[in-house]
Design a protein around this ligand. Structure first.
Ligand code: ADP
Length: 738
């Protein structure tokens, strides 16, 4: 639910509660006052009626009493009782009374047994009165009753009074009054509104209705209606009116009074709906007031809350736009309150984000330029191996558009092979992984030789964020160049070998003949020098050819049982001559024969020679070179130790690299190519051996080679070892044969 609705409801509650309370109080007060007033009105109508009827009845009674006390009536009755001559006089008296009082319908004068003596209706003289018209209860002087006349069926007032003659009860006078005036009196229903009626009923359980006026609703109502008087009177101590359901089934308010003279009850009634119509009006009015004020409050609240929520909504819209990346979106809310501050903050946030994103974008652009200008193929992939980012070099290698690569799985684009076999790279290594000597054939069918560097991006990454950076180093060109270089060296060496062999041959011939006086001493010395140089040149050419063979993998071995002890001993002896020139002592320690290894005799000799000649070469005059042959486990171990210049620590790791020389400076005086140790290592390892060294600058060096003893290996072992090494060293060694 929005704040606006909440605030509106709150304001409605706050505004409505007092209105409701005031309305409820007003309603209760006014309605109870109104009810009270209506009740009073009813009661007063009932009392007024009762008083009028009572007054009229009393007047009739008084008239009857007056008649019964009339002296001439009593006298003539007395006369009649004694001689019966006064009957006409009695008749005259009664007639006179009837004439004097228009309300009187009939007057009977009866004896104590109820036999009518004289009557204004002469026909009934001598007949018997209805017992209830003459029988007076003990001690009563008069009785009053209203009954229906047997003849005309109209309600009449019957008043019976004693007539005493000489203070002796002698007869009764029964006066029948018309009660039209009483009925007329009841017709006064002033103040009873449009639904009010007055009812006069007998004060009995049944409550036969005497009169009901003005018969607003049903002309036959008096006949159909009984009003139980017991029902009419409100219980003592409570209000003086009652609410009842009348003959129409309508809810009415009734106030009742009894009329003492006639055993009647008079009730004034009014429909509750009319009596309390004003309450209904009041209720409707209050309802309208509450409704109107609610509407007004809602309208005011909506207007007021709009004043606050409208700008907040606008700010929220702008914040959403900024959140979606529209950093130029700004809110135009300007206010001097908290909402204004919020708007300013959002705008400031937009500006900072814009600046931030712009700087990130420019950084990204720079990175993109760098990425695209590098010749390494670079890919960023997510957790699922999907390509997130790719540079131009990688796209070119795949021969696909970089746009087409993004979103694709790296495995679907770059299917690596290694020596023709499918190769699966782990793109989620713990840290980083390097895969060398891989091949990749793109959609155009071009094959590249590559090195793969897979590096994990540190930190926990989102699902679709770059998880791994894959760098593809294309080595195809390097390899081509390397191959070309090797081809050139090989070709040059081959081309040089033939003329050099010729030169050497001639020189050897001349120097040989020179011994028989063909040349002068000087010339002979120069020829000797030239022969030595051409021999060295031959060595260099052989070295170069060895290197090209090693690199092309065309080096062949003639493996056989070789006595390494004899070979080492021979090498030491050969070196002794050159050592002697430098006054270097060469000592040999170890067996002189009977230590067999499986090796290529020439290659093994070349390696041992190289180590001893290096030792002599890099040892100053007067130094010492010790050669040791021993056993190390299943291997023979040849150790060449010198007291020479040693090898500086920083150079040690490059020592077996092609053309690498430590002591090869111009003023070092030493000659060399930097190929000896490279070849030695390649040769010894290809024969299943190892070569290691330790050295301390200024003190000397120790080179050690090991080769398995011939009796510890099966004849096929060297071949398998060679194959293993060939795999390890890669792509140019495919044609190694024994
Ligand atoms: P080079 O033809 O230069 O001797 P090598 O491959 O045999 O080529 O040796 C490489 C380099 O290693 C040499 O130039 C030299 O500096 C260093 N080196 C080799 N053997 C020794 C040694 N016994 N003492 C000191 N330095 C040595």
């Amino acid at each position: 639910m929005s704040i606006r609705i909440k605030l509106t409801i709150l304001m409605l509650l706050i505004g409505l509660v007092p209105t409701l309370i005031v309305s409820a109080i007003a309603y209760i007060t006014i309605s109870s006052g109104l009810t009270r007033k209506t009740a009073e009105q009813l009661v007063s109508t009932a009392i007024k009626q009762e008083q009028r009827i009572n007054g009229l009845l009393q007047k009739r009674q008084e008239e009857a009493i007056e008649l019964s006390n009339k002296f001439d009536l009593q006298r003539t009755l007395g006369m009649y009782l004694t001689n019966k001559q006064a009957k006409e006089q009695l008749s005259a008296i009664l007639l006179a009374k009837k004439i004097a009082t228009p309300d009187i319908q009939t007057i009977h004068l009866a004896d104590l047994k109820g036999k009518i003596i004289v009557s204004t209706n002469r026909d009934v003289e001598g007949t018997q009165l209805d017992p209830q018209d003459f029988a007076l209860a003990a001690g009563q002087e008069i009785s009053t009753g209203v009954r229906k006349d047997q003849r005309d069926g109209i309600d009449k007032l019957y008043i019976t009074a004693k007539v005493n003659v000489n203070k002796t009860e002698s007869g009764v006078v029964s006066v029948v009054f018309r009660i039209d005036d009483i009925i007329a009196a009841l017709q006064d229903y002033t103040g009873l509104g449009t639904t009010g009626e007055t009812v006069v009923a007998e004060k009995t359980q049944d409550g036969t209705v005497v009169s009901l006026f003005p018969l607003r609703f049903d002309a036959d109502a008096p006949q159909k209606t009984n009003v139980s008087s017991l029902q009419l009177f409100a219980p003592a101590g409570q209000q003086d009116y009652k609410e009842l359901t009348d003959y129409r089934g309508k809810q009415v308010m009734v106030a009742a009074k009894s009329i003492g003279f006639a055993d009647w009850v008079i009730a004034a009634k009014i429909d509750t709906s009319e009596a309390l119509a004003q309450i209904d009006q009041l209720r409707n009015l209050l309802f309208i007031i509450v409704l109107t004020s609610s509407g007004a409050i809602v309208l005011i609240a909506l207007g007021l809350t709009r004043f606050f929520t409208q700008p907040i909504l606008q700010i929220a819209t702008i914040a959403r736009r900024i959140g979606r990346g529209d950093f130029l979106a700004r809110t135009f809310v300007r206010r001097n309150d908290e909402i204004g501050m919020l708007a300013e903050s959002i705008n400031a946030m937009g500006i900072s984000l814009d600046t931030f994103v712009t700087s990130i974008e420019s950084q990204r652009n720079r990175l993109e330029v760098i990425l695209n200008s590098t010749k390494e193929g670079i890919l960023a992939i997510d957790k699922q191996g999907m390509i997130v980012l790719v540079n131009q070099a990688a796209a070119e290698m795949a021969r696909l558009d970089s746009d087409k690569l993004v979103g694709k799985n790296i495995n679907d684009i770059f299917a690596w092979t290694q020596q023709g076999q499918p190769f699966t790279a782990d793109y989620a290594p713990a840290n980083s992984a390097v895969y060398e000597d891989l091949e990749f054939t793109n959609v155009a069918g071009a094959t590249s030789y590559v090195k793969l560097i897979v590096a994990r991006v540190s930190g926990e990454q989102e699902q679709k964020a770059a998880q791994t950076i894959v760098t593809i180093h294309d080595e195809t060109r390097d390899r081509e160049l390397e191959a070309m270089k090797v081809d050139f060296v090989s070709m040059a060496a081959h081309e040089l070998r033939t003329p050099l062999a010729a030169i050497r041959g001639y020189l050897e011939l001349i120097t040989f003949k020179g011994g028989q006086g063909v040349a002068s001493d000087d010339t002979s010395k120069y020829l000797q020098q030239a022969l030595k140089s051409s021999t060295e040149l031959g060595g260099l050419i052989n070295n170069l050819l060895d290197v090209t063979r090693i690199e092309r993998g065309t080096l062949t071995f003639n493996l056989e049982n070789v006595d390494i002890a004899a070979d080492v001993k021979q090498a030491v002896e050969e070196a002794t001559f050159s050592a002697r020139d430098k006054k270097i002592t060469v000592v040999y320690q170890g067996a002189t024969e009977g230590c067999f290894v499986i090796a290529d005799r020439i290659a093994l000799h070349e390696v041992i020679n190289n180590l001893i000649s290096n030792a002599i070469k890099y040892t100053p005059e007067g130094g010492k070179v010790s050669v040791l042959l021993g056993v190390q486990g299943a291997d023979y171990r040849v150790q060449v130790t010198d007291t020479g210049v040693g090898i500086p620590k920083q150079s040690q790791s490059n020592l077996f690299t092609k053309f690498y020389r430590v002591h090869g400076g111009l003023d070092s005086g030493s000659t060399g190519t930097g190929l000896g140790l490279f070849i030695a290592k390649s040769l010894i390892e290809r024969q299943g051996g190892t070569i290691t060294f330790s050295s301390e600058e200024g003190k000397g060096s120790t080179f050690i080679i090991t080769l398995p003893k011939a009796d510890t290996i099966t004849p096929s072992a060297p071949q398998s070892k060679v194959t293993a090494i060939r795999r390890q060293h890669g792509w140019t060694t495919q044609n190694i044969t024994r």
